[in-house]
Design a binder for this molecule. Structure first.
Ligand SMILES: Nc1ncnc2c1ncn2[C@@H]1O[C@H](COP(=O)(O)OP(=O)(O)O)[C@@H](O)[C@H]1O
Ligand SMILES: [Mg+2]
Length: 244
């Protein structure tokens, strides 16, 4: 049965979709079968990040509404399969319907990674309904940390079991100069157990969000592989030397 992990945050722009792509590709590099599901109804972007846009015809709303079968809606993006988000929220998209849609893929993937929208509205609730585990993404600043704490609590309220934290856009210099919160303060304020720290990396805005891949040596790329290994059960200590 596939492990279903929702990537959420509360605030927008903290890196949920970038983390979704990084985690999916790294899990695939480790040999796992991975499906990425875009849950950002009306504002989908995984088709851009995975460069599947021009080939993408159906979305998961079409599966729920029985316009197409589950595998017809999937677009291949090399080592990862991608399922696009619907363009609008329909009354048919109940938490129960979303949950049973995602379960159709249970036997075909090891991991289903769900890219949640910003906020804690209806589309966020659907993403939560599809997941068993959660990863909250936060940048180390007080505004995002507060939203992360709220989003984490909401996921738990919705029955998502284990919830863990990625601190994204970490910048050692800014933390040392006290412009940003340090790792311990971010963990304490969110109250969520850490699964990884991804440094601020110019390769992400330059390459990642336009469908290209990171170089294997880029700091974010190394961080993604460590997060993927921890997700799959490896015990890896936090390596502060990898953080710039
Ligand atoms: N680690 C990072 N370093 C630098 N830029 C990043 C990083 N993670 C994300 N970004 C940039 O931040 C912006 C928002 O990222 P995105 O993944 O779309 O966030 P969200 O899905 O939470 O709205 C994008 O321009 C992306 O390139
Ligand atoms: Mg996003």
């Amino acid at each position: 049965m596939a492990r279903k992990i929702v990537i959420a945050s509360g605030k927008g722009g903290v890196g949920k979709s970038s983390m979704t792509k990084g985690i999916c590709l790294s899990l695939a590099d480790l040999g796992f079968r991975v499906l990425a599901i875009d849950c950002d109804i009306g504002l989908r972007c995984l088709d851009i990040l995975f460069d599947t846009g021009s080939r993408c015809v159906f979305d998961w709303g079409d599966i729920i509404c029985e316009v197409c079968g589950p595998f017809k809606a999937i677009t291949e993006a090399g080592r990862v399969d991608v399922l696009a988000a619907p363009s609008q929220l329909l009354p048919e998209f109940t938490p129960l319907a979303a949950r049973s849609m995602v379960k159709k893929f249970d036997n075909d993937y090891d991991y289903i990674i769900l890219d949640a929208p910003a906020g804690i509205g209806s589309a966020f609730m659907l993403a939560a309904a599809m997941a068993d585990e959660g990863i909250i993404v936060s940048t180390p600043d007080p505004v995002c940390v507060r939203a992360a704490e709220k989003a984490g609590a909401e996921l738990k309220k919705q029955g998502v079991g284990e919830v863990r934290l990625i601190i994204n856009k970490f910048n050692k210099g800014a933390v040392e100069n006290k412009f940003l919160l340090n790792i311990d303060d971010t963990i304490d304020s969110t109250g969520i157990r850490l699964i990884g720290v991804v440094p601020e990396d110019p390769e992400i805005p330059f390459h990642y969000t336009s469908g290209k891949n990171l170089s294997k040596k880029s700091p974010a790329s190394k961080a993604f592989i460590r997060v993927a290994k921890r997700i799959s059960g490896e015990r890896l200590p936090l390596n502060l030397k990898l953080l710039k």
